[in-house]
Design a protein around this ligand. Structure first.
Ligand SMILES: Cc1cc2nc3c(=O)[nH]c(=O)nc-3n(C[C@H](O)[C@H](O)[C@H](O)COP(=O)(O)OP(=O)(O)OC[C@H]3O[C@@H](n4cnc5c(N)ncnc54)[C@H](O)[C@@H]3O)c2cc1C
Length: 272
């Protein structure tokens, strides 16, 4: 019998300190099947297992913010330590086919990626794949302040333009990512807009794209335990965020009654 998502155990081959609390871990594994938007379930024996977005497939890469009990243990790993994980899980971001009318068949596709906090990680992976496929990517990234901005250099290497916004104005435009994204969505022509980060931000992006008739995809974050749709802890109105998501179209996300409004805690209780 073949196991679709076995537990992998491999060595951490490189660690990059992105900022005061986010570390990027490169793992000695070429996970060829991993796509942008998908995640790993990273296991720390005796502590717990948490979903982490895939930031690159070769070498397999994750970026972890040290915020609680499992992330703290992952961030404490050193080069040469072993790391255990299952995956890849979930739906990936997809790039819609361009309409090949005679006039625009030679025009390059343009996408806009919007990332807040560690939501920037899958946006980098998506922009990298876009570049490999000769698709122009524009990025808007944001965080609370200058020291929260991650992956800026990496994005510059794969994007046509990179815009930065911070809540306190210490870097880029003052405000949320919408301070930049709002203008771009209204004034430029994108084949698709992608967002990953705080759900209220993704809700605003999905709304704006709907209003302006631009295709949009978002990544919903729910409390996940199994990663393959059995435990039901990431229920999204009868669907599971780990199998039917995390990536879904903006329209589908807007149809979820909880999207951008409420969260569920570890016991499945609704939190506003
Ligand atoms: C699809 C997906 C991708 C993610 N990608 C990343 C990533 O790339 N980098 C990153 O740093 N974090 C990512 N996270 C968040 C990560 O899974 C953990 O939630 C976070 O690391 C906190 O876990 P902890 O044990 O350190 O904190 P805890 O001590 O457990 O709790 C701290 C907070 O995290 C929330 N939380 C705890 N466990 C989960 C869980 N399994 N799912 C959702 N929320 C939870 C709790 O509600 C609490 O508010 C992702 C989550 C999802 C659902």
């Amino acid at each position: 019998m073949s196991i679709k998502n076995p537990m992998f155990t491999n060595h951490v081959i490189k660690i990059i300190e992105e900022n005061y609390r986010v570390k990027t871990l490169e793992i000695g594994h070429n996970m060829q099947s991993a796509l942008p938007g998908q995640f790993l379930m990273v296991w720390v024996p005796g502590v717990g297992e948490r979903p982490m977005s895939i930031g690159n497939s070769n070498p397999l890469t994750i970026s972890v913010a040290d915020v609680g009990k499992v992330s703290k243990e992952i961030c404490a790993l050193k080069v040469g330590d072993v790391i255990s994980y299952r995956g890849p899980f979930g739906t990936p971001f997809w790039i819609p086919e361009k309409n090949s009318s005679e006039n625009d068949s030679k025009a390059k596709q343009n996408i806009l990626v919007i990332g807040g906090g560690y939501g920037i990680v899958p946006m980098y992976f998506l922009s990298k794949i876009a570049k490999e496929n000769k698709i122009n990517s524009t990025a808007v990234i944001g965080g609370r302040s200058d020291k929260d901005i991650i992956y800026e250099k990496q994005l510059f290497a794969v994007c046509k333009e990179v815009f930065v916004a911070t809540d306190d104005g210490s870097r880029g435009k003052k405000g949320t990512v919408m301070a930049e994204a709002d203008f771009l969505i209204k004034s430029k022509k994108f084949d698709c807009v992608y967002a990953c980060g705080p759900e209220r931000m993704m809700h605003t992006v999905a709304h704006l794209c709907k209003e302006h008739g631009v295709p949009c995809q978002v990544s919903v974050e729910r409390y996940m335990k199994c990663g393959f749709g059995v435990c039901g802890s990431c229920d999204c109105s009868g669907k599971t965020a780990c199998v039917n998501g995390p990536v879904m179209s903006g329209e589908d996300a807007l149809n979820l009654p909880e999207f951008g409004k409420a969260h569920r805690d570890a016991a499945g209780r609704l939190e506003s």
